[in-house]
Design a protein around this ligand. Structure first.
Ligand code: NAD
Length: 418
């Protein structure tokens, strides 16, 4: 059994590749190559805890494919992180970057840790030592990490600093999603959420719903979910429910998102927001809304709860929030599912913009970043929708098919498949 490819999330991802591969007559050698990540690094990271003990944390970096350019993908800190999950997320990055037309391959990393249980000092120690351990395999031309669940711009600042100290000079291009003061891009923090909303705008048009009349529920109120809520609210949509690890909140008249953001800054969680009703993380997925955006973790909609989902559109802010069984049920119900590799691509698009800005040392305004992002997301949606329409398949198969066509061309040209 291959520990990289045996997990259910990885297997599910490869089934999508096989389905879409048949549609685009994917070359068998190309398929065989895409089935396996190129490389996986496993490190056991010693950390000096505040009480003086030494504790070991296991971390991973999986590099799936680099046919289109350097590996690129986030670093996740979560207690459930495992090797095969990281491999699946790395593979999704390969397909996402190809779909979005970026000159980047796919990678992902993670540490099995609950970051909320560590002090700031311990987190810094963990991040710096992890960076040193994987340093031979990352770099601006090799593999460029970014934030994901449980990590943020501060994590990237520590990674940048450690990598630069080890190299002997400042290497800002080694990570993206870093603070603007040290080479980050304006608009990166909100990019994934904004991308979710650009895709939502396109999807509601298809369903003849006006954005200003749209009712939205968002699971997860972190980097993706919170910014999706802010951007949707700014366009006049009614965000009726949001949730986080503490549970959900709901109000039919729509949540005041700027007030909620201020509340969360102070209280850390959405729970207890004045004027809202309590709703569970399970019930939020079953609300009769126009748009449901799962923006937390994977496999939250399964064969069990999919029959009860009432949204007209699902926009996957998270990676892999639907199981394969759920996907089939929702497609059968006529729900328009905008898949992760399309819908949450805004983050990596602006990460790519950040990497480019770091290379040329010329920084763009936030308006420039947002309008360039909008162009990429609209174009990607249009090509996926056209593929789905032409081939009579769902948006997930169409997104994968579009991505595989580009990857296959690159692999044939490079002689990596024949
Ligand atoms: P984050 O850590 O900033 O936020 C995660 C949110 O999910 C938090 O609000 C947390 O409270 C909530 N949450 C955790 N467990 C939950 C549970 N059991 N039920 C409900 N909510 C729960 O992470 P993020 O960066 O916002 O990432 C969220 C998802 O989006 C992940 O799947 C990630 O891979 C994906 N993603 C992130 C980016 C990015 O740029 N950050 C880009 C593409 C995809």
């Amino acid at each position: 059994m291959n520990p990289l490819t045996s997990g259910p999330f990885y297997q599910n991802t490869m089934k999508i590749v096989e389905d879409a591969g048949r549609l685009v007559n994917l070359n068998p050698n190309a398929l065989e190559r895409l089935r396996y990540p190129r490389r996986a690094i496993i490190v056991n990271v010693p950390v000096k805890m505040d009480d003086g003990r030494l504790k070991i944390f296991t971390g991973y970096r999986v590099q799936h494919n680099q046919m289109l350019g350097p590996f690129k993908g986030g670093i996740r800190y979560h207690h459930n992180v495992d090797l095969s999950e990281v491999a699946a997320l790395a593979a999704l990055m390969t397909f996402k970057n190809s779909l979005l037309g970026l000159p980047l391959g796919g990678g992902k990393g993670g540490i099995q840790v609950d970051p909320s249980m560590l002090s700031r000092n311990e987190l810094e120690g963990l991040t710096r030592r992890f960076t040193s351990e994987i340093a031979p395999f990352i770099g601006p031309d090799k593999d460029i990490p970014a934030p994901d669940v449980g990590t943020d711009s501060q994590t990237m600042a520590w990674m940048l600093d450690t990598f630069s100290l080890d190299s002997g000079y400042s290497q800002t291009g080694v990570v993206t999603g870093k603070p603007v003061e040290i080479g980050g891009s304006l608009g990166r923090e909100s990019a994934t959420g904004l991308g979710v909303v650009y895709i939502t705008q396109k999807a509601v048009q298809i369903k003849n719903i006006k954005m200003s009349e749209c009712r939205i529920a968002i699971q997860g109120f972190g980097k993706v979910g919170m910014h999706a809520a802010i951007e949707a609210y700014a366009l006049g949509a009614r965000v009726v429910a949001v949730s986080d690890v503490s549970g959900g909140i709901y109000t039919e008249k729509g949540l005041n998102i700027p007030d909620l953001v201020r509340y969360v800054k102070e209280h850390k969680v959405v729970k207890g927001f004045p004027g809202s009703e309590v709703i569970s993380n399970e019930d939020i997925l079953e609300l009769p809304v126009d748009v449901l955006a799962p923006c937390a973790l994977e496999s939250v909609i399964t064969g069990e709860n999919a029959p009860r989902v009432k949204a007209k559109i699902i926009v996957e802010g998270a990676n892999g929030p639907l199981t394969r069984e759920a996907d089939e049920i929702l497609h059968g119900k006529g729900i328009l599912v905008c898949p992760d590799i399309l819908a949450n691509g805004g983050g990596v698009v602006v990460s790519y913009f950040e990497w480019v800005q770091d290379i040329v040392w010329l920084f763009w305004t936030e308006d420039e970043v947002r309008s360039k992002l909008r162009d990429v997301m609209y174009k990607a949606f249009d090509s996926v929708y056209a593929f789905a329409d032409k081939s009579n398949v769902n948006m997930r198969t169409a997104a994968m098919g579009t991505s595989l066509e580009r990857l296959q061309r690159a692999m044939m040209l490079r002689g990596a498949a024949w």
